[in-house]
Design a protein around this ligand. Structure first.
Ligand SMILES: Cc1cc2nc3c(=O)[nH]c(=O)nc-3n(C[C@H](O)[C@H](O)[C@H](O)COP(=O)(O)OP(=O)(O)OC[C@H]3O[C@@H](n4cnc5c(N)ncnc54)[C@H](O)[C@@H]3O)c2cc1C
Length: 374
């Protein structure tokens, strides 16, 4: 029961590709970030070794809600205010391009469904309207939905539809990305925890450990707050109710229905907000009950739960990731801190760091400069 539904899918073993001796780049972490980085570096001709403490995708990358959303953790209008209009636009455009790349690589692990952000209260409607208007003003595709169908009608006050977004089977996607990286020449070592950066025989090191960041660089441990998320999955529902990922209450509740009819639903962290700032990967009664109640209300049918699990993501103070070289280090790079929004951003940041190591630094990397928080 405490296994991720996504990770439970059978998968062929990763092809072993051993690189001996010193490599150009060692990556710590085999989630979406580490695998995207390894793929880009290996394609760029570098010798790359990935060290993953568990198996590929067994961190948050295989334990999340399966939403592939453009943008970052802050809504677009907030990002415009906090980052400035040019940088917010640049971040949103970066993630829209990343969604296109994911679509081109992920095969049947990705579906371009769009996503629906719902207002659970009248006050939230104004918040949604502000994001909708800001996106429209800047020419991004977005649709206002005031008339909602069953089972949303009467329960939610309106919604914004984001057409570029998608649904992913995240474990299948990241395992596929790892296989692509391996085919390109990367050595991906599972069950290989790194205890100190000194043990890595590599010219450069990339830390790609998001919420599981701990014990390698103390300033990073201080800047990336481990944050727990919990999810349940039901047996297939009797009806198809949801065609795309839905989220409400400022992202505290999120759910989608899989192609075989199951409800994947998570959130309710605010049932015990303080307790959920933890690195302990365990489900709790308070949050699980909240998710079950929400699932019952949304579906109106008796539910049989097949899977439940917890995962850890990394949150930063400004809810923008850290990606780039660590201050005062020639050798160590980082990409983490997506603040619960890493399926697309993790892929984008992993590639951005790889490109910079390859000597092709993209201007967008500046958006995520680690020095601002370290
Ligand atoms: C419940 C939940 C729901 C979420 N929902 C969504 C969503 O719907 N959409 C979205 O965009 N984002 C979501 N997220 C966030 C998203 O899952 C993460 O931001 C993203 O997966 C981060 O990927 P990553 O590769 O950077 O880190 P991870 O996938 O967490 O991978 C880090 C890896 O590093 C390894 N590691 C750590 N330390 C070491 C070490 N010392 N040595 C070797 N290996 C080490 C870990 O074992 C782990 O596998 C959610 C997260 C959770 C937990």
């Amino acid at each position: 029961m405490s296994t991720s539904y996504w990770l439970a899918e059978e998968t062929p073993a990763l092809e072993q590709n051993r690189l001996d001796g010193r490599v150009d780049v060692a990556i710590v972490g085999g989630g979406v970030t580490g695998c995207a980085c390894a793929h880009a570096l290996a394609r760029g001709g570098l010798r790359v070794r990935v060290h993953e403490a568990r198996k590929v995708a067994e961190g948050a990358s295989g334990r999340n809600g399966g939403f592939a959303l453009r943008g970052g953790a802050p809504a677009y209008d907030d990002a415009r205010r906090e980052l400035g209009p040019e940088r917010a636009r640049s971040l949103w455009e970066l993630t829209e391009r990343a969604l296109d790349r994911i679509e081109s690589l992920a095969g049947d692990a990705f579906e371009r469904t769009g996503s629906l952000r719902l207002a659970a209260e009248e006050a939230e409607l104004a918040v949604l309207r502000a994001e909708h208007d800001a996106l429209r003003e800047d020419g991004f595709a977005v649709e206002w939905r005031s008339a909602l169908g069953e089972p949303l009608r009467g329960r939610f006050f309106g919604a914004v539809f984001h057409p570029p977004d998608g649904a992913i089977q995240p474990a299948r996607w990241v395992r596929r990305l790892a296989a692509l990286a391996s085919e390109a020449g990367a050595d991906i070592r599972e069950d290989t925890p790194v205890r100190a950066l000194d043990e890595l025989d590599a010219h450069a090191v990339v830390i790609a450990t998001d919420g599981y960041t701990k014990g390698l660089v103390s300033s990073l441990d201080a800047a990336v707050q481990p944050t727990r998320g919990q999810v349940i999955v039901t047996e297939p529902l009797q009806r198809r109710l949801f065609d795309c990922p839905h989220y409400a209450r400022h992202g505290y509740d999120y759910w989608q229905q899989t192609r075989d009819g199951r409800l994947v639903i998570g959130g309710c962290r605010d049932r015990a907000l303080e307790e959920e700032f933890t690195a302990e990967e365990a489900t709790t009664a308070a949050v699980q009950e909240g998710i079950e109640e929400l699932a019952a209300e949304l579906t109106g049918e008796p539910l049989q739960i097949s899977h439940r699990w917890a995962g850890i993501f990394g949150t930063t103070d400004d809810r923008i990731p850290l990606a780039g070289r660590l201050p005062d280090s020639d050798r160590v790079w980082v990409a983490c801190g997506y603040s619960g929004h890493g399926n697309v951003l993790g892929f984008a940041c992993g590639e951005l760091v790889a490109e910079a190591i390859l000597g092709r630094r993209a201007p967008e990397l500046e958006l995520f400069e680690p020095a601002r928080l370290l």
